[in-house]
Design a protein around this ligand. Structure first.
Ligand code: IPM
Ligand code: MG
Length: 355
């Protein structure tokens, strides 16, 4: 398959983990005879330094014309006080690509149950997906402003916006264990009252899916108390942001969780859920797993299932061989972990040829 991939390494540890992603994809291309081309694009704080704009026009155009976009991470203390922040580039990118559905799978590796801050017996076999609305809600609604004495954010949703994300959640639940947990704050927020009404209306079309409503505070508690109860969680933008960071810790590290952001009409974008970790940037310490699993999600969405499985298997084999980065208490550098994954892919390819 021919794929034109726009790479946005961004800031902090971004370039290091993007490098891992590209190495792994080059190996996949070689083993499975694909033609992947990569373009590297300015984005985030680096783009502000060079152009004054976190999302330069060239970058946006390359993304719009790509088959898929790979993004590592943006942001850092250097750009915290400026008029233009790296994060605003990310939000403009999400909006411009119409990336309304952000899919964040939370899977606990058997090999890592003892690395979770929760008890092993509580997290074993945890597997659920957070479906986060990504182009609406309080991140985007107007009016928004602040002055010295007052600040306003607005949380608004239309029926169309809610229907399309909740439908995505129902479809995903139907293809998994058949349970959808809709998270809102319907005891307080008007937007949540409409959200809940729409979930109930759509549920009529999905008799095979069991629906439950949870208030966001209760959902935060249940994620710790009994994470195995979840299959698909669907929620609005800000709740999804917060709950997915919480959920990542169940797996042992924020460095584990990938994501795919699906577009209504154009290329999808794949990025780890974690940030740019400026404290460890440039030290070859970053855990590349969230980035590599985002690559696997990309391949899966192009129906390259064997290729996606090969990456997932290579990650697990690397654990078996004792490779873990420092966020999981291990000693491997980003480069060592990546080399190990690439070696495992080569090894699997040879094994495949011998069978
Ligand atoms: C995420 C991040 C972003 C968000 C930030 C960097 C703007 O936390 O992707 O979860 O809040 O969406
Ligand atoms: Mg976040």
């Amino acid at each position: 398959m021919k794929l034109n991939i726009a790479c946005l390494p961004g800031d902090g540890i971004g370039p290091e983990i993007m490098n891992s992603a590209v190495q792994v994809l080059k190996q996949i291309a070689q083993t499975y005879q694909h033609d992947f081309t990569f373009s590297t694009n300015l984005f985030g704080g680096h783009a502000i330094d060079e152009t004054g704009n976190a999302l330069p026009d060239d970058t946006l155009n390359n993304c719009l014309n790509a088959d898929a976009v790979l993004l590592a991470a943006v942001g850092g203390p250097k750009w915290d006080q400026g008029a233009e922040r790296p994060e605003s580039g990310l939000l403009r990118l999400r909006k411009s690509l119409n990336l309304y559905a952000n899919i964040r799978p939370v899977d606990v590796y058997d090999e890592l149950v003892n690395y979770s801050p929760l008890k092993a017996e509580q997290v074993r076999n945890v597997s659920f997906v957070v479906v986060r609305e990504l182009t609406g809600g309080i991140y985007f609604s107007e009016p928004r402003f602040h002055n010295e004495n007052e600040a306003t954010d607005t949380l608004s949703y239309t029926r169309d916006e809610i229907e399309r994300i909740v439908t995505y959640g129902f479809e995903l639940a139907k293809s998994r264990k058949g349970k959808l947990t809709s998270v809102d704050k319907a005891n307080v927020l008007e937007s949540s009252k409409l959200w809940r009404k729409i979930v109930n209306q759509l549920s009529v079309n999905y008799p095979e899916v069991e629906v439950e409503h949870l208030l966001v505070d209760a959902a935060a508690m249940e994620l710790i108390r009994n994470p195995r109860r979840f299959d698909v969680i669907v929620t609005e933008n800000l709740f999804g942001d917060i709950l997915s960071d919480e959920a990542s810790m169940i797996t042992g590290s924020l460095g584990m969780l990938p994501s795919a952001s699906r577009s209504g009409n154009g290329p999808s974008l794949y990025e780890p859920i974690h940030g740019s970790a400026p404290d460890i940037a440039g030290q070859n310490k970053a855990n590349p797993i969230a980035m590599l699993r985002s690559v696997a999600m990309m391949l899966r969405n192009f129906k390259l299932v064997d290729e996606a499985n090969a990456i997932e298997n290579a990650i697990v084999k690397s654990f078996h061989n004792g490779y873990l980065t420092s966020d999981l208490g291990g000693k491997s550098t980003t480069t060592q972990f990546t080399e190990q994954v690439v070696n495992q892919l080569k090894f699997q390819a040879v094994g495949g040829a011998n069978r």
